[in-house]
Design a protein around this ligand. Sequence first.
Ligand SMILES: *Cc1c(COP(=O)(O)O)cnc(C)c1O
Length: 469
Amino acid sequence: MKYVSTRGGMNALEFSDILLEGLAPDGGLAMPEQLPQVSEQTLESWRGLSYADLAFEVLSLFATDIPAEDLRRLTRAAYTQEIFNSEDIVPLRPLDGGLSLLGLSEGPTLAFKDMAMQFLGQVFEYVLAKRGTTLNIVGATSGDTGSAAEYALRGKQGVAVFMLSPHGRMSAFQRAQMYSLQDENIHNIAVHGVFDEAQDIVKALAGDLEFKTKYRLGAVNSINWARIAAQVVYYFHGWLRATDKPGQQVSFAVPSGNFGNILSGHIARSMGLPVRRLVLATNENNVLEEFFRTGIYRPRPAEQTYATSSPSMDISRASNFERFVFDLVGRDAARVKALWTALAKDGSFDLSDLLPEFESRYGFVSGQSSHEDRLATIRSVYEETGVLVDPHTADGVKVAREFVEPGVPMLVLETALPAKFSETIEEALGRPATPPGNLANLESLPQRVEVMECSVAAVRRFIEANAKV
Ligand SMILES: *Cc1c(COP(=O)(O)O)cnc(C)c1O
């Protein structure tokens, strides 16, 4: 299995080669040259596998340059009951009205990013050791991604993490989650500034090629292909748990922002998994909902991006979307390149000529959810079933209800646990959500964080002093 760029300007590379890279050299994103196909017979033979062994089967189709026995060791180390607090790793819980919750948030940071990041931590350490090199991950976070990366890379050989966060602007729970890590290779840097300024510092450092090369800077952002591949696994797992016959159709509803999670669903479906619909749910930031309704892709500038009560979906430029468009235009890299050139010039592009195919050929439908919808959904799910859902998952449930069909199980991807967004739970139900028992004392643990001025020079000095060499 080799990987090519969505814009056509990259020689075919192996999984391990693209693992440590961000964008392709031509500005595109890496995609498998051809998607592997899973036959009905193979799929049926996977019933009864543990999550870790299913992950091995699926990922071995993508990471063909990693020897099987090594890959199996990595997936067994990533997906343990100890890390995920669940024997199933990803439990499936029925709601009512034909809906079920696919529990992707049992990991250490209580959000679905752990699913991919735990595998990424294992495979990074493995590939770095094999190549006899080291990597210094530099990133900025306002919450979910940064903490998932830290929990996945803590204590790993050959890699250090420098994670910038805006001082005083994360919730007490989020701060405690990140800053309580005491591992020597994890560096929390709280800058006196807002998230965008922290992000600008990361961009400035990554753009300084001499510094980047000397200190071997890397990133673990949402365009990383290994994350997409690792997420494909839970679509297979969900299907296997929700069905008992070959060929039975299942739909998935996905609370979406950067289009990473649902892209993995599209990949699974393209590999032959019997998926009827992929239901894309957005919040008030509805760039993707608009695209699937009209065929026009029109990202919004920062000042038109609303701060909502499902904050991890407050994204207006979906970084993984280009991978889906690549498939949509028949893998015509020249057309993808032209579309993104038009996007830079005009701020939008129009694929409404392909609108009839979105659902009929790819299974995509979409809907959006508002703050009021979110509160009403949290309340109704709780009243009807006793299950508490987080605000992002509530967006998924709200839109899933609009597309559920008799006889087709609808699996809503649970992208976070309610305790992570307790303020909104309190607004909906009049009482907060409690964290899982093992995290009850999190906020009283000692914290390790470096507070510094919001400047490139200060962060650069800190990295120079603490980088892995
Ligand atoms: C990241 C995130 C999302 C959005 O997922 P994408 O892959 O960016 O579409 C939704 N919900 C939660 C809780 C998240 O952390």
